[in-house]
Design a protein around this ligand. Structure first.
Ligand SMILES: [Zn+2]
Length: 481
């Protein structure tokens, strides 16, 4: 009997390999990241303007996570966490000269090893394979219009180059990404796929094409064009309110334009008969600031306007429809969710937790705290956030403070009485999260020297008066070699 079963299995395998057997029924997975997309500018997240009809439709057919947090406030670490399911301190790609370690396994590699076809299409400089982002993709296509400047050149020559940054801000890539995706989609191997689309154009500059340029503020006649958002000194906190409002309208126009590509992609899947057997995920890497805390852009702070991002997952075959989850979730949770939906065992060396239980029952248990980090361009800070509280340990400014997000949603009234009961509770929670990351590194030794919990942050922790758990002056143990 046993031998018969084995013979049968071998035959099935042989048939399957030769393509004669039944089709591989595992779902396709399409992961779409819309760069710099603030959750609070999407209609399905409660925004007053209709910026996201296609995403709203996907959310209506799937699950929307209301409180989804990035690991950081800029492209490189935000996507590296999405790809590796660990926080920035662990994947190590938290600054411009750093990359995901080759010894680390990315989401694309997990799908590739499981026999999936893998393809990625990116459209911003920090998604370049020089940063390890291409690991696991059989095809990883550079869809920027200045790719000659990046491909083949030493990353040090362009990673902080002003001309490259300007070219990226002015670049228009939605049509390039979409056309590259379509080309691959039409000629791909007929087996389950994991595809990643990085849509860049909601990122500044804010120069949507007609009719999206006038969709939300058609009567404006002032000087703001949406160009030079980052570099133009006239775009500042004290600029006229009317001009500021127009900037927001142009950002919303970029979102609506990018959203229109979600509709095209959905239609392509439907036309190919693949809509119901494809997990569609839409998320982002960070938001951007429009002077909520006095500044513009991102990669500067860890306030909600730069870390609160959308997450929508559509897959009616295994997930409820019209589901909204109010529990807090993290970008590191996306990878294990997608692997579980594809029937691939979760790797042991990740810190994210699958969201399937929450998707099916919004009251299900899930880690209550999210960690966000920013260690780049002179900033060195970490935040730990729950639904009600956010503690920011700002080592670069030498101080720590927290916010009650229920009574102070805009994070405008920092609190810092660490001797109070609440202050102590939050410090303990913060230290608990730091210890978890240190323990993870001890269990899974880092693949390269960048992986460590930055010591300066721990030093700041003691300087602002931490008195729980460990001795206040004690620094964290160095990362294992
Ligand atoms: Zn980004």
């Amino acid at each position: 009997m046993k031998s018969l079963i084995l013979t049968g299995l071998v035959s099935c395998l042989a048939l399957s390999l030769s393509g004669c057997a039944g089709e591989d029924k595992r779902p396709n997975v399409l992961l779409i990241s819309i760069d710099q997309l603030r959750a609070d500018h999407l209609s399905c997240y409660g925004y007053a303007r209709p910026t996201s009809p296609a995403l709203d439709r996907l959310a209506g057919e799937g699950v929307l996570f209301e409180q989804h947090m990035s690991s950081s406030s800029w492209t490189l670490p935000g996507h590296a966490s999405l790809f590796t399911s660990v926080p920035d301190s662990i994947h190590g790609a938290f600054d411009t000269q750093m990359k995901i370690g080759e010894g680390q396994t990315t989401l694309a590699e997990h799908f590739q090893r499981a026999g999936y076809a893998t393809a990625g299409f990116f459209s911003g400089p920090y998604m370049h394979p020089a940063f390890g982002m291409g690991q696991g993709f059989e095809l990883y296509e550079n869809c920027t219009s200045y790719k000659q400047r990046l491909d083949g050149a030493a990353v040090e020559s362009w990673a902080m180059d002003k001309d490259v940054m300007r070219a990226s801000h002015e670049d228009i890539t939605n049509p390039i990404v979409y056309s590259a995706f379509q080309k691959w989609f039409g000629s791909r191997e007929k087996k389950p796929f994991f595809a990643f689309l990085h849509l860049w154009d909601a990122h500044y500059d804010f120069i949507p094409p007609p009719p999206f340029d006038k969709q939300f503020d058609p009567d404006y006649t002032g000087p703001v064009t949406g160009r030079g958002f980052f570099s133009d000194p006239e775009i500042r906190a004290d600029m006229p309110e009317r001009d500021k409002q127009h900037l927001l309208a142009l950002y919303d126009g970029e979102i609506a334009w990018t959203d229109s590509y979600l509709a095209k992609i959905r239609a392509d899947l439907e036309a190919a008969g693949l809509l119901e057997n494809t997990v569609i995920v839409v998320t982002s890497d960070h938001g951007t600031e429009f002077f909520e805390h006095g500044d513009k852009g991102h990669r500067k702070t860890l306030y909600d306007e730069v870390v609160h991002i959308p997450l929508v997952i559509r897959y009616p075959a295994a997930l409820p429809q019209k589901q909204r989850v109010s529990a807090q979730t993290r970008s590191i949770d996306v990878g294990p969710t997608l692997l579980e939906l594809a029937g691939i065992a979760p790797p042991p060396d990740i810190m994210g937790v699958s969201l399937l239980a929450l998707a099916r029952d919004p009251q299900a248990n899930h880690p209550k705290r999210a960690v966000m980090e920013l260690t780049s361009v002179g900033r060195n800070m970490r935040a730990v956030r729950s639904l009600q509280w956010k503690l920011i340990d700002d080592a670069s400014a030498g101080k720590g403070y927290w916010f009650d997000l229920v009574t102070d949603k805009g994070e405008l009234k920092p609190l810092s009485d660490f001797a109070s009961e609440q202050g102590q509770k939050l410090e303990n929670a913060y230290v608990g999260e730091v210890r978890k990351m240190e323990a993870h590194l001890a269990q899974f030794p880092p693949q390269h020297e960048n992986s460590n919990v930055p010591k300066d942050v721990n030093r700041a922790l003691s300087e602002f008066g931490y008195t729980g758990g460990d001795e206040p002056q004690k620094q964290a143990a160095p990362p294992p070699k």
